[in-house]
Design a protein around this ligand. Sequence first.
Ligand code: SF4
Ligand code: SF4
Length: 334
Amino acid sequence: MAKTVRFSRNAANVFFHILTQCNLRCRHCYINPDQHGTQMLGIQTITDWLTLLSRRSPGANLIFLGGEPTLHPDLPSAVRIARQLGYGSITVDTNGYLFHDILNQLTPAEVDVFSFSLDGASAATNDPIRGAGSFEVCTRGIHEAVAKGFKTSLIYTVSHLNLTELAAVPALLAQLKIDHFFIQVIGLRGRSAGCPDKSSQMQVSHDEWQQSVLPVARQVAAQGIPVTYPKVYLYADEVFECAGRVADNYFIFPNGRVYRCPLCEDHPLHSLDFKQGQLIPMPPINETDLFQLEIPEGCVMNKLIQPGNIVYQPDGTPAFKIACCLLKEALFPS
Ligand code: SF4
Ligand code: SF4
């Protein structure tokens, strides 16, 4: 039975991009240096920002991101500082290259999860999306992390480039001994927004989601691995909520911008900004003003930047509401 994971009003999530540099150039990368900056944050700035947020939202879950966060030589220090500041959980999202010998610089007691990204169950599918050789390096990195006792998760971003290969993922997860599987939906942000093949080839439809993605999620849960995936579509009896209004999420970038909604990240719509050691609210108009708008299609930002994934009935009303991109469903092994 799928359980909808509503936004928690009691837990905050801090998604901290400590740099935007990366060794890969994935086709769907959402990092946009024009909007997010190109600097690698120094450890003092990382400490200052983590300290401010730990006071504002004590016990938040923290996710270190990039770019590739393991390219940052001070990531181990940042993890330990976050522990001392009382963050509730610490995750490192990685493409699997695990720079700076990171698995030997940290322990399973210090990092809750290393979260790896693969976009295929084979090099033949993954590598054209994420880069030559990346499947082999990433799977080797997962084996090493598991052997050292780290908890691992795998993120698979579904698009038309890898939809059919999803069926082979359950066997791969078992082989890699993954602890949690996350299915992500392709977003038209960053590099994928500039792709000429964007909505026609990259995004999966409602029917494809139902027929190809959800059965795989059920299969993975049945073999004992929890699965989390975005809700995407809301039916008539389901209530729409915007996480920007009711949840406590922070998407931090090296140029100091702090967004509350990931769909806004390609635009200067951030609601907060780190300036001179303070977290300053931005003047209108920013994403917070958009969160207040109520439309029959559900998510306002989706309607603005991804109108192609809304299906209308003959009378002009939307067939489904589009859920907040932060609303998830989870399947747990019974
Ligand atoms: S998606 Fe991640 S691994 Fe790929 S280029 Fe972007 S930051 Fe790097
Ligand atoms: S994705 Fe849509 S519903 Fe969710 S926070 Fe952003 S604007 Fe709100």
